[in-house]
Design a protein around this ligand. Sequence first.
Ligand code: CA
Length: 236
Amino acid sequence: MKLKDKVLIIEDEQNISNFISTVLTANDFDVLVANNGAQALSVITSHCPDLIILDLGLPDMDGGNILREVRSWSNLPIIVVSARTHEHDKVAALDMGADDYIEKPFGTSELLARIRTAIRHTRTPLENSSIARSGKFSVRGLMIDYDKHRVFVDGDDVHLTLNEFKIVALLGKHAGKVLTYDFLIREIWGPKAKADNQILRVNMANIRRKIEKNPADPQYIFTEIGVGYRMLDGEN
Ligand code: CA
């Protein structure tokens, strides 16, 4: 099984939102949907999508506000989709930090191509990264399968997203050692990533929800307050 990328669609027009959602689901993406700006911001912080598709004309705020807000703490790829076709609207969106701009209406293949490009540009491929290794890492009931890119707890696949897998994989590779926040951010999101810990904290909260029996009292990945995270030392 391939790890799915999680895409958040921020769009108030139901037809367009449904269209994008159908296309992405059929092409093996996990899809989240928000119909307004406030909902979008809350989904972003709670779910940490891998990519955002953003409509600029939202009922409660201008999409540009979301762009600026997200860019203040994260490099996660954002593709603006808008009916505004003026050159200055595109330039403004790109200046605010959008990775790409698609005019409505647009076709399926164009959308998919732009998404793939945006994701590729903001990510170091798993194969070439420092996470790459083969074999398995096991400690207590936790098992990281580096060949299949999957993590199991007591034999069950916990279905991590790609970024969640990268974090766990990296900690497993250096089990017993503390990896600093900055190191993890650089390794997962690339050398140009902003050194803000919020995106890492959200990912860690999601990971703990999936792998720990009691996320508030973790048994596998420990927080070294103000420093970073450490994986319980392995058995192999
Ligand atoms: Ca709209």
